[in-house]
Design a protein around this ligand. Structure first.
Ligand SMILES: Cc1ncc(COP(=O)(O)O)c(C=O)c1O
Length: 473
Protein backbone atom coordinates (compact mmCIF):
# COMPACT_ATOMS: atom_id res chain seq x y z
CA UNK A 1 0.00 0.00 0.00
CA UNK A 2 1.01 3.60 -0.12
CA UNK A 3 0.92 6.28 2.48
CA UNK A 4 0.76 10.02 2.41
CA UNK A 5 3.73 11.49 4.15
CA UNK A 6 2.47 13.98 6.69
CA UNK A 7 3.86 17.43 7.19
CA UNK A 8 5.47 19.80 4.77
CA UNK A 9 8.56 18.91 2.78
CA UNK A 10 12.00 19.60 4.30
CA UNK A 11 13.81 22.70 3.06
CA UNK A 12 17.53 22.23 2.46
CA UNK A 13 20.18 24.68 1.29
CA UNK A 14 19.55 23.09 -2.10
CA UNK A 15 15.83 23.70 -2.00
CA UNK A 16 12.88 21.51 -1.13
CA UNK A 17 14.02 17.88 -1.36
CA UNK A 18 10.51 16.48 -1.17
CA UNK A 19 8.18 18.72 -3.19
CA UNK A 20 6.02 15.79 -4.28
CA UNK A 21 5.04 14.63 -0.82
CA UNK A 22 2.17 17.04 -0.84
CA UNK A 23 0.44 15.87 -4.02
CA UNK A 24 1.67 12.39 -4.86
CA UNK A 25 1.48 9.22 -2.86
CA UNK A 26 4.66 8.18 -1.07
CA UNK A 27 5.50 4.54 -1.72
CA UNK A 28 7.36 2.58 0.93
CA UNK A 29 6.49 -0.90 -0.31
CA UNK A 30 5.70 -2.33 -3.70
CA UNK A 31 1.94 -1.92 -4.19
CA UNK A 32 -0.06 -5.15 -3.97
CA UNK A 33 -1.59 -4.46 -7.31
CA UNK A 34 0.24 -2.64 -10.07
CA UNK A 35 -0.94 0.85 -10.99
CA UNK A 36 -2.17 1.47 -14.50
CA UNK A 37 0.57 2.45 -16.92
CA UNK A 38 -1.54 5.39 -17.99
CA UNK A 39 -1.83 6.65 -14.46
CA UNK A 40 1.92 6.33 -13.83
CA UNK A 41 2.83 8.00 -17.10
CA UNK A 42 0.43 10.90 -16.48
CA UNK A 43 1.82 11.57 -13.02
CA UNK A 44 5.44 11.44 -14.15
CA UNK A 45 4.77 13.62 -17.17
CA UNK A 46 3.38 16.22 -14.78
CA UNK A 47 6.52 16.01 -12.62
CA UNK A 48 8.87 16.17 -15.59
CA UNK A 49 7.01 19.15 -17.07
CA UNK A 50 7.33 21.00 -13.75
CA UNK A 51 11.05 20.27 -13.55
CA UNK A 52 11.66 21.31 -17.15
CA UNK A 53 10.23 24.72 -16.31
CA UNK A 54 13.32 25.40 -14.24
CA UNK A 55 15.67 25.47 -17.22
CA UNK A 56 13.68 26.02 -20.42
CA UNK A 57 14.00 29.79 -20.14
CA UNK A 58 17.79 29.44 -20.52
CA UNK A 59 18.70 30.68 -17.03
CA UNK A 60 20.57 27.59 -15.82
CA UNK A 61 24.38 27.32 -16.00
CA UNK A 62 25.74 24.02 -17.38
CA UNK A 63 23.84 20.75 -16.92
CA UNK A 64 21.34 21.14 -19.84
CA UNK A 65 23.97 21.10 -22.54
CA UNK A 66 21.61 20.83 -25.49
CA UNK A 67 18.15 21.62 -24.25
CA UNK A 68 16.36 20.99 -27.57
CA UNK A 69 13.18 18.94 -27.20
CA UNK A 70 13.41 17.45 -30.68
CA UNK A 71 17.01 16.43 -30.07
CA UNK A 72 16.05 14.70 -26.81
CA UNK A 73 13.03 13.06 -28.47
CA UNK A 74 15.31 11.66 -31.16
CA UNK A 75 17.82 10.32 -28.60
CA UNK A 76 15.02 8.82 -26.52
CA UNK A 77 13.68 7.06 -29.60
CA UNK A 78 17.09 5.55 -30.25
CA UNK A 79 17.52 4.71 -26.55
CA UNK A 80 14.27 2.76 -26.54
CA UNK A 81 15.50 0.48 -29.36
CA UNK A 82 18.37 -0.89 -27.26
CA UNK A 83 17.48 0.11 -23.67
CA UNK A 84 16.98 -3.48 -22.53
CA UNK A 85 20.07 -5.11 -24.03
CA UNK A 86 23.13 -5.68 -21.89
CA UNK A 87 26.37 -4.56 -23.51
CA UNK A 88 28.30 -7.15 -21.61
CA UNK A 89 26.61 -9.88 -23.67
CA UNK A 90 27.98 -9.14 -27.11
CA UNK A 91 26.71 -12.33 -28.68
CA UNK A 92 23.20 -10.93 -28.15
CA UNK A 93 24.03 -7.39 -29.21
CA UNK A 94 26.99 -7.06 -31.57
CA UNK A 95 25.51 -3.61 -32.26
CA UNK A 96 27.28 -2.58 -29.01
CA UNK A 97 30.63 -3.27 -30.66
CA UNK A 98 29.72 -1.09 -33.60
CA UNK A 99 28.59 1.75 -31.35
CA UNK A 100 31.48 1.64 -28.85
CA UNK A 101 34.25 1.10 -31.39
CA UNK A 102 32.92 3.91 -33.58
CA UNK A 103 32.31 6.33 -30.68
CA UNK A 104 35.89 5.89 -29.43
CA UNK A 105 37.30 6.11 -32.97
CA UNK A 106 35.37 9.34 -33.63
CA UNK A 107 36.56 10.83 -30.31
CA UNK A 108 40.16 9.78 -31.09
CA UNK A 109 39.85 11.60 -34.39
CA UNK A 110 38.35 14.70 -32.72
CA UNK A 111 41.24 14.79 -30.21
CA UNK A 112 43.95 14.47 -32.88
CA UNK A 113 44.82 10.84 -32.35
CA UNK A 114 46.64 10.92 -35.68
CA UNK A 115 49.38 13.10 -34.09
CA UNK A 116 50.15 10.35 -31.61
CA UNK A 117 50.47 7.81 -34.43
CA UNK A 118 52.64 10.17 -36.46
CA UNK A 119 54.99 10.75 -33.53
CA UNK A 120 55.25 7.05 -32.71
CA UNK A 121 53.84 4.31 -34.97
CA UNK A 122 53.30 2.11 -31.90
CA UNK A 123 50.84 4.61 -30.51
CA UNK A 124 47.22 4.43 -31.57
CA UNK A 125 44.74 6.45 -29.58
CA UNK A 126 41.93 4.23 -28.32
CA UNK A 127 39.43 4.25 -25.49
CA UNK A 128 36.40 2.87 -23.74
CA UNK A 129 32.89 4.19 -23.16
CA UNK A 130 32.04 4.73 -19.49
CA UNK A 131 29.07 5.86 -17.44
CA UNK A 132 30.28 9.45 -16.97
CA UNK A 133 33.21 11.70 -16.22
CA UNK A 134 33.81 10.31 -12.74
CA UNK A 135 34.09 6.77 -14.04
CA UNK A 136 36.39 7.85 -16.88
CA UNK A 137 38.67 9.52 -14.34
CA UNK A 138 38.49 6.54 -11.98
CA UNK A 139 39.53 4.20 -14.80
CA UNK A 140 42.49 6.40 -15.80
CA UNK A 141 43.82 6.67 -12.24
CA UNK A 142 43.42 2.92 -11.86
CA UNK A 143 45.45 2.41 -15.07
CA UNK A 144 48.27 4.62 -13.79
CA UNK A 145 48.30 2.90 -10.42
CA UNK A 146 48.46 -0.55 -12.00
CA UNK A 147 51.07 0.46 -14.55
CA UNK A 148 53.30 2.09 -11.93
CA UNK A 149 53.07 -1.01 -9.76
CA UNK A 150 53.87 -3.33 -12.67
CA UNK A 151 56.66 -1.33 -14.30
CA UNK A 152 58.17 0.65 -11.43
CA UNK A 153 57.19 -1.31 -8.33
CA UNK A 154 55.41 1.73 -6.84
CA UNK A 155 53.28 0.67 -3.88
CA UNK A 156 52.54 4.08 -2.38
CA UNK A 157 51.31 5.90 -5.45
CA UNK A 158 50.98 9.67 -5.68
CA UNK A 159 49.36 11.82 -8.31
CA UNK A 160 49.75 15.56 -8.90
CA UNK A 161 46.84 17.74 -9.98
CA UNK A 162 45.82 21.40 -9.70
CA UNK A 163 43.58 22.55 -6.84
CA UNK A 164 41.02 23.32 -9.57
CA UNK A 165 40.82 19.68 -10.67
CA UNK A 166 37.35 18.16 -10.39
CA UNK A 167 36.57 16.31 -7.11
CA UNK A 168 36.14 13.13 -9.17
CA UNK A 169 39.96 12.90 -8.87
CA UNK A 170 39.85 13.17 -5.07
CA UNK A 171 37.12 10.56 -4.98
CA UNK A 172 38.90 8.11 -7.30
CA UNK A 173 42.21 8.63 -5.47
CA UNK A 174 40.38 7.96 -2.20
CA UNK A 175 38.84 4.73 -3.53
CA UNK A 176 42.10 3.56 -5.10
CA UNK A 177 44.49 4.37 -2.27
CA UNK A 178 46.35 6.95 -4.35
CA UNK A 179 47.61 10.09 -2.61
CA UNK A 180 46.40 13.10 -4.59
CA UNK A 181 48.70 16.09 -4.09
CA UNK A 182 47.00 19.29 -5.12
CA UNK A 183 49.11 22.02 -6.67
CA UNK A 184 48.14 25.71 -6.35
CA UNK A 185 47.13 27.90 -9.27
CA UNK A 186 48.91 30.88 -10.82
CA UNK A 187 47.14 34.28 -10.93
CA UNK A 188 45.82 33.12 -14.33
CA UNK A 189 44.02 30.23 -12.57
CA UNK A 190 46.22 27.65 -14.30
CA UNK A 191 48.21 25.01 -12.46
CA UNK A 192 51.62 26.26 -11.29
CA UNK A 193 53.92 24.00 -13.28
CA UNK A 194 57.03 24.86 -11.22
CA UNK A 195 55.33 23.81 -8.00
CA UNK A 196 54.06 20.67 -9.68
CA UNK A 197 57.61 19.85 -10.75
CA UNK A 198 58.92 20.39 -7.21
CA UNK A 199 56.41 17.85 -5.91
CA UNK A 200 57.39 14.99 -8.22
CA UNK A 201 58.84 12.11 -6.20
CA UNK A 202 59.76 8.48 -6.83
CA UNK A 203 56.15 7.62 -5.97
CA UNK A 204 54.56 9.88 -8.55
CA UNK A 205 52.54 7.84 -11.04
CA UNK A 206 50.89 10.59 -13.09
CA UNK A 207 50.13 14.28 -13.52
CA UNK A 208 46.77 15.79 -14.39
CA UNK A 209 45.46 19.03 -15.83
CA UNK A 210 42.07 20.27 -17.04
CA UNK A 211 40.73 21.41 -20.38
CA UNK A 212 38.90 23.37 -19.09
CA UNK A 213 38.62 23.38 -15.36
CA UNK A 214 35.22 23.17 -13.71
CA UNK A 215 35.63 26.23 -11.41
CA UNK A 216 37.04 28.66 -14.00
CA UNK A 217 36.77 27.00 -17.42
CA UNK A 218 40.50 27.63 -17.85
CA UNK A 219 42.74 25.26 -19.83
CA UNK A 220 45.89 24.30 -17.92
CA UNK A 221 49.22 24.66 -19.77
CA UNK A 222 49.03 21.14 -21.17
CA UNK A 223 52.11 21.70 -23.39
CA UNK A 224 54.26 22.34 -20.31
CA UNK A 225 52.69 19.47 -18.38
CA UNK A 226 53.43 17.28 -21.39
CA UNK A 227 57.14 18.23 -21.27
CA UNK A 228 57.19 17.56 -17.54
CA UNK A 229 55.55 14.16 -17.94
CA UNK A 230 57.99 13.12 -20.67
CA UNK A 231 61.03 14.31 -18.71
CA UNK A 232 60.00 12.28 -15.66
CA UNK A 233 58.46 9.30 -17.51
CA UNK A 234 55.02 9.89 -15.99
CA UNK A 235 51.49 9.51 -17.23
CA UNK A 236 49.59 12.70 -18.03
CA UNK A 237 45.81 12.74 -17.87
CA UNK A 238 43.94 15.68 -19.40
CA UNK A 239 40.50 16.07 -17.91
CA UNK A 240 38.41 17.14 -20.85
CA UNK A 241 35.17 15.96 -19.26
CA UNK A 242 33.77 19.46 -19.57
CA UNK A 243 35.74 21.02 -22.43
CA UNK A 244 36.83 17.98 -24.41
CA UNK A 245 33.74 17.99 -26.62
CA UNK A 246 33.52 21.74 -27.21
CA UNK A 247 37.08 23.12 -27.28
CA UNK A 248 37.93 21.25 -30.51
CA UNK A 249 35.01 22.97 -32.26
CA UNK A 250 35.73 26.36 -30.67
CA UNK A 251 39.24 26.01 -32.07
CA UNK A 252 37.88 24.99 -35.48
CA UNK A 253 35.65 28.07 -35.74
CA UNK A 254 38.72 30.26 -35.28
CA UNK A 255 39.29 30.95 -31.58
CA UNK A 256 42.82 30.81 -30.24
CA UNK A 257 42.98 27.61 -28.17
CA UNK A 258 46.32 26.13 -27.15
CA UNK A 259 46.50 22.46 -28.13
CA UNK A 260 45.31 20.46 -25.14
CA UNK A 261 44.93 17.00 -26.65
CA UNK A 262 47.05 14.16 -28.13
CA UNK A 263 48.99 16.69 -30.22
CA UNK A 264 51.05 17.05 -27.04
CA UNK A 265 53.42 14.07 -27.02
CA UNK A 266 53.24 13.64 -23.24
CA UNK A 267 49.44 13.36 -23.04
CA UNK A 268 48.76 9.71 -22.28
CA UNK A 269 45.04 9.82 -21.50
CA UNK A 270 41.99 12.05 -21.66
CA UNK A 271 38.46 11.99 -20.30
CA UNK A 272 35.81 13.51 -22.51
CA UNK A 273 32.13 13.55 -21.63
CA UNK A 274 29.68 12.67 -24.34
CA UNK A 275 26.86 13.50 -21.90
CA UNK A 276 27.95 17.13 -21.65
CA UNK A 277 28.93 18.99 -24.85
CA UNK A 278 28.68 15.74 -26.83
CA UNK A 279 24.91 16.36 -26.45
CA UNK A 280 24.17 12.70 -25.67
CA UNK A 281 21.82 11.47 -22.96
CA UNK A 282 23.07 11.50 -19.36
CA UNK A 283 25.13 8.46 -18.50
CA UNK A 284 28.06 8.24 -20.92
CA UNK A 285 31.60 9.51 -21.22
CA UNK A 286 34.77 8.33 -22.92
CA UNK A 287 38.23 7.67 -21.49
CA UNK A 288 40.91 7.72 -24.17
CA UNK A 289 44.47 6.35 -24.04
CA UNK A 290 47.50 7.05 -26.18
CA UNK A 291 47.85 3.35 -27.01
CA UNK A 292 46.12 0.02 -26.41
CA UNK A 293 48.92 -1.10 -24.05
CA UNK A 294 47.75 1.51 -21.54
CA UNK A 295 44.11 0.58 -22.01
CA UNK A 296 44.95 -3.04 -21.20
CA UNK A 297 45.62 -2.07 -17.57
CA UNK A 298 41.97 -1.08 -17.28
CA UNK A 299 40.54 -4.46 -18.30
CA UNK A 300 39.41 -7.08 -15.83
CA UNK A 301 38.94 -10.79 -16.46
CA UNK A 302 38.55 -13.88 -14.32
CA UNK A 303 38.82 -17.36 -15.71
CA UNK A 304 38.06 -19.71 -12.78
CA UNK A 305 34.69 -18.45 -11.52
CA UNK A 306 32.03 -21.14 -11.22
CA UNK A 307 29.76 -18.84 -13.19
CA UNK A 308 32.04 -19.12 -16.21
CA UNK A 309 34.48 -16.76 -17.85
CA UNK A 310 33.92 -13.14 -16.93
CA UNK A 311 35.45 -9.97 -18.34
CA UNK A 312 34.63 -6.28 -18.30
CA UNK A 313 36.54 -3.36 -19.76
CA UNK A 314 35.38 -0.70 -17.26
CA UNK A 315 34.15 -0.41 -13.67
CA UNK A 316 30.59 -1.19 -14.64
CA UNK A 317 29.27 -4.70 -15.17
CA UNK A 318 25.95 -4.80 -16.98
CA UNK A 319 25.34 -1.71 -19.10
CA UNK A 320 22.37 -0.61 -21.15
CA UNK A 321 22.89 -0.70 -24.89
CA UNK A 322 20.43 2.16 -25.18
CA UNK A 323 22.74 4.81 -23.78
CA UNK A 324 25.59 3.81 -26.05
CA UNK A 325 23.31 3.73 -29.09
CA UNK A 326 21.94 7.17 -28.18
CA UNK A 327 25.49 8.54 -27.76
CA UNK A 328 26.47 7.19 -31.16
CA UNK A 329 23.30 8.67 -32.65
CA UNK A 330 23.95 12.05 -31.00
CA UNK A 331 27.39 12.23 -32.60
CA UNK A 332 26.14 11.13 -36.00
CA UNK A 333 23.11 13.43 -35.80
CA UNK A 334 25.16 16.48 -34.83
CA UNK A 335 28.00 15.90 -37.29
CA UNK A 336 31.01 18.22 -37.36
CA UNK A 337 28.83 20.99 -38.79
CA UNK A 338 26.34 20.64 -35.96
CA UNK A 339 29.07 20.71 -33.29
CA UNK A 340 30.63 23.78 -34.92
CA UNK A 341 27.39 25.67 -35.20
CA UNK A 342 26.59 24.81 -31.56
CA UNK A 343 30.06 26.07 -30.56
CA UNK A 344 29.47 29.26 -32.54
CA UNK A 345 26.13 29.92 -30.86
CA UNK A 346 27.60 29.24 -27.42
CA UNK A 347 30.62 31.45 -28.04
CA UNK A 348 28.43 34.28 -29.39
CA UNK A 349 26.45 34.17 -26.14
CA UNK A 350 29.59 33.85 -23.99
CA UNK A 351 31.24 36.75 -25.85
CA UNK A 352 28.14 38.91 -25.35
CA UNK A 353 28.20 38.11 -21.63
CA UNK A 354 31.92 38.92 -21.42
CA UNK A 355 31.34 42.24 -23.22
CA UNK A 356 28.53 43.04 -20.79
CA UNK A 357 30.65 42.21 -17.75
CA UNK A 358 33.34 44.56 -19.07
CA UNK A 359 30.84 47.39 -18.47
CA UNK A 360 30.37 46.42 -14.80
CA UNK A 361 33.58 47.50 -13.03
CA UNK A 362 32.71 45.67 -9.78
CA UNK A 363 32.82 42.25 -11.47
CA UNK A 364 36.06 40.58 -12.53
CA UNK A 365 36.30 37.53 -14.80
CA UNK A 366 38.75 34.91 -13.54
CA UNK A 367 41.34 33.77 -16.09
CA UNK A 368 41.23 33.32 -19.87
CA UNK A 369 37.79 31.94 -20.55
CA UNK A 370 35.85 30.56 -23.48
CA UNK A 371 32.51 28.78 -22.97
CA UNK A 372 32.54 29.08 -19.17
CA UNK A 373 32.79 32.44 -17.41
CA UNK A 374 33.79 32.54 -13.76
CA UNK A 375 33.21 35.77 -11.87
CA UNK A 376 34.50 37.30 -8.65
CA UNK A 377 34.57 40.76 -7.08
CA UNK A 378 36.98 42.72 -4.94
CA UNK A 379 34.30 45.37 -4.35
CA UNK A 380 31.07 43.65 -3.37
CA UNK A 381 30.14 40.31 -1.78
CA UNK A 382 29.82 38.18 -4.92
CA UNK A 383 27.59 35.69 -3.09
CA UNK A 384 25.05 38.48 -2.50
CA UNK A 385 25.12 39.11 -6.25
CA UNK A 386 24.44 35.40 -6.74
CA UNK A 387 21.57 35.57 -4.21
CA UNK A 388 20.01 38.31 -6.30
CA UNK A 389 20.45 36.32 -9.52
CA UNK A 390 18.77 33.32 -7.85
CA UNK A 391 15.82 35.51 -6.95
CA UNK A 392 15.59 36.43 -10.63
CA UNK A 393 15.43 32.77 -11.65
CA UNK A 394 19.11 32.25 -12.55
CA UNK A 395 20.98 29.18 -11.39
CA UNK A 396 24.71 29.81 -11.35
CA UNK A 397 27.36 27.49 -9.88
CA UNK A 398 28.99 28.78 -6.70
CA UNK A 399 32.79 28.72 -6.44
CA UNK A 400 35.22 29.43 -3.59
CA UNK A 401 38.87 30.30 -2.99
CA UNK A 402 38.34 32.92 -4.32
CA UNK A 403 34.64 33.55 -3.76
CA UNK A 404 32.70 33.59 -7.00
CA UNK A 405 30.31 31.80 -9.26
CA UNK A 406 30.44 30.61 -12.82
CA UNK A 407 28.15 30.61 -15.80
CA UNK A 408 28.82 27.55 -17.96
CA UNK A 409 27.18 28.58 -21.21
CA UNK A 410 25.33 25.82 -23.02
CA UNK A 411 23.10 25.67 -26.08
CA UNK A 412 20.10 26.18 -23.82
CA UNK A 413 21.48 29.62 -22.84
CA UNK A 414 21.74 30.76 -26.46
CA UNK A 415 18.04 31.69 -26.71
CA UNK A 416 17.52 35.28 -27.87
CA UNK A 417 17.74 37.82 -25.05
CA UNK A 418 19.29 35.53 -22.43
CA UNK A 419 22.75 37.18 -22.46
CA UNK A 420 21.22 40.68 -22.34
CA UNK A 421 18.87 39.76 -19.48
CA UNK A 422 21.77 38.18 -17.59
CA UNK A 423 23.85 41.35 -17.81
CA UNK A 424 20.88 43.49 -16.75
CA UNK A 425 20.29 41.26 -13.72
CA UNK A 426 24.01 41.04 -12.93
CA UNK A 427 24.25 44.84 -12.88
CA UNK A 428 21.19 45.05 -10.64
CA UNK A 429 22.73 42.30 -8.48
CA UNK A 430 25.78 44.47 -7.88
CA UNK A 431 23.44 47.24 -6.74
CA UNK A 432 21.67 44.77 -4.45
CA UNK A 433 25.02 43.64 -2.98
CA UNK A 434 26.01 47.24 -2.26
CA UNK A 435 22.92 47.78 -0.17
CA UNK A 436 21.72 44.33 0.88
CA UNK A 437 18.47 43.87 2.83
CA UNK A 438 20.20 41.19 4.94
CA UNK A 439 23.86 41.09 6.07
CA UNK A 440 24.99 37.56 5.23
CA UNK A 441 24.69 36.09 1.73
CA UNK A 442 22.86 32.75 1.74
CA UNK A 443 25.54 30.76 -0.09
CA UNK A 444 28.26 32.81 1.62
CA UNK A 445 27.33 31.31 4.99
CA UNK A 446 28.08 27.80 3.72
CA UNK A 447 31.34 28.79 2.05
CA UNK A 448 32.31 30.67 5.21
CA UNK A 449 32.12 27.39 7.10
CA UNK A 450 34.51 25.77 4.63
CA UNK A 451 37.18 28.26 5.72
CA UNK A 452 38.25 26.23 8.80
CA UNK A 453 38.97 22.54 9.47
CA UNK A 454 36.22 22.35 12.11
CA UNK A 455 33.85 24.17 9.77
CA UNK A 456 34.66 21.74 6.99
CA UNK A 457 33.92 18.76 9.25
CA UNK A 458 30.65 20.37 10.34
CA UNK A 459 29.75 21.07 6.71
CA UNK A 460 30.59 17.53 5.62
CA UNK A 461 28.40 16.11 8.37
CA UNK A 462 25.57 18.36 7.22
CA UNK A 463 26.04 17.26 3.61
CA UNK A 464 26.01 13.58 4.62
CA UNK A 465 22.76 14.16 6.53
CA UNK A 466 21.38 15.74 3.42
CA UNK A 467 22.40 12.68 1.40
CA UNK A 468 20.63 10.51 4.00
CA UNK A 469 17.58 12.69 3.51
CA UNK A 470 17.62 12.06 -0.24
CA UNK A 471 16.99 8.38 0.57
CA UNK A 472 14.13 9.17 2.91
CA UNK A 473 10.82 8.78 1.09
C1 LIG B 1 35.97 19.16 -15.47
C2 LIG B 1 35.11 18.04 -14.99
N1 LIG B 1 35.65 16.84 -14.72
C3 LIG B 1 34.93 15.80 -14.27
C4 LIG B 1 33.57 15.93 -14.07
C5 LIG B 1 32.79 14.75 -13.52
O1 LIG B 1 31.89 14.31 -14.47
P1 LIG B 1 30.56 13.47 -14.09
O2 LIG B 1 29.72 14.39 -13.24
O3 LIG B 1 29.98 13.15 -15.41
O4 LIG B 1 30.96 12.28 -13.32
C6 LIG B 1 32.96 17.16 -14.33
C7 LIG B 1 31.52 17.35 -14.10
O5 LIG B 1 31.00 18.44 -14.12
C8 LIG B 1 33.74 18.24 -14.81
O6 LIG B 1 33.20 19.44 -15.07
Amino acid sequence: MTENNPGSSAESPFGDLHPYRTWTETNTRIPDKGRSEEDIATELAQIAAQEDQKWVSGQVSGTMYHGGKEHYDFLNRIFSLFSYVNLIQRDLCPSGTKFEAEITAMVANMLHGESARAANPEDQVCGTVTSGGSESIYNAIYVYRERARALKGITEPEMLAPTSIHPAFNKAAHYLGVRLIQVPLTPEYQVDVEIMQQNITGNTIALAGSAGSYPHGVVDPIDRLSDLALTHDLGLHVDGCLGGFILPWIEKIGYDILPFDFRNPGVTSMSCDTHKYGYALKGTSVVMYRNPKLRRYQYFATTDWPGGLYASPTVQGSRSGGLTAATWAAMLGMGQEGYMSAARAIMNTADAIRAGIATIPEIRIMGKTTFLISMTSEVVDIYLVNDYLSMKGWRMNGCQNPAGFHFCVTLSNTLPGVAEQFIEDLRAGVGFAKNPPYPQAKSGALYGLAGSIEGQEFLKEGIFSLLDETYTP
